[in-house]
Design a protein around this ligand. Sequence first.
Ligand code: AHR
Ligand code: AHR
Length: 489
Amino acid sequence: AGPCDIYAAGNTPCIAAHSTTRALYSAFSSPLYQVRRGSDNTTLNISPLSAGGTANAAAQDTFCARTTCLITTIFDQSGRGNHLTQAPGGAFRGPEANGYDNLASATGAPVTLNGNQKAYGVFVSPGTGYRNNNARDTAKGDAAQGMYAVLDGTHYNGGCCFDYGNAETSSTDTGNGHMEAIYFGDSTGWGSGAGSGPWLMADLENGLFSGVSPKNNPGDPTITARFFTAVVKGTKNLWALRGADAGSSGALSTYYSGVRPNAAGYNPMSKEGAIILGIGGDNSISAQGTFYEGAMTSGYPSDATENAVQADIASSARYATTALVSGPALQIGSTVSLRATTACCSTRYLAHTGATVGTQVVSASSAAALRQQASWTVRAGLGGNSGCVSLESRDTPGSFIRHFDFTLQLAANDGSKQFREDATFCPQAALGGSGGGGTHSIRSWNYPTRYFRHYNDVGRIASNGGVHDFDAPGLFNDDVTWAVGAGLG
Ligand code: AHR
Ligand code: AHR
């Protein structure tokens, strides 16, 4: 039985079920999600390999080979049509045309299930969001609901708000108690838990709550699991926060269970019944996180039902990490150069002048200083245990290529989490391009729709289509394809 079979057996059926990695009902065999590729803007639905099984990631890999792919729709498996699609702007506008949010890369969060079955989660960068403002059968007012989600416990930030659950149908803040969603991250703007975070909290609107106090609940632990099962549920003057390492077959721990918070406007609740993923109720878009699967129920699930869902995740999904890189390995400690391959520019190398990073013509007869400016030492990725890399300046040790406002720059490592993540890049087998000799495309770790691109000779991280001039689809594959070779000096 899948998670939603278990909830149904407990008389708290799923009214929305979302996953890009697997079916959440044992009989479900319809499409799980849809991807759109950059080469021709056509779409493909991805279904489970068999009823109740893991997503057919191989179909996606074939469809997306040598181009880019975005997740356009996460289908509702409950049969209610509560699909998640690109979120529209609300009180906050998204970065895309007409204020829509970004879509997630289809390849930003690869994992394996059950040992060897590859699948992809939903990697939410700041700006990314999905929503359904016309959902059916979701909880309204003070009605009871339960929710669970499996998340990446190491991908988070303090921005508002990486959420999954019930929110406003207007994409605006309509007051306290108008949301009830899972939140994951280390925001301290409202509530917090023990240690320095990240924490599971409930986003109830105008507040992230860890317990009865709007400020702090020392019983809400800092999460360290790579795969984390998060549970939030709420009914009349009662709600709970529960969690577990998604790999653990034991019961979920209860971080809070009790009355509504000590603040006006949360008892009774005023839930509106829209569904959000990756954003706040008012379309706040500053947060990041990764979603693998989740569901929302009607009724207040028992702890025993939730523990059985957790047991299923541990035994039937068995989430594990897999490589974020592909193509020839970049040797840690080696010094490399990156030559552009677009026809215009194949004598140009990625180089810095001071803090500015772009392409410059370099050859064996160039001055030693310029050859060093175009040489980079490969370091293990500063941003966590990703298996990705950081590129340290050959002539300015301690300074690395990072992106800032999607522009590459050379900057000294300031030790911050933001710097480390902005300076981490995941080499991929080259997207292609007509120039020949290309070996790699260099993808941003925290914005996996974006790759190193030269555009008017300036270094950027660019997506294939988007609002910036440097996101232009023309020559995209060429501009993001680099010939990685030995250092030049
Ligand atoms: O409750 C926290 C956030 O506050 C909500 O997600 C958002 O709607 C508001 O800005
Ligand atoms: O380059 C995109 C973002 O711009 C970086 O992540 C951040 O440091 C800056 O705001």
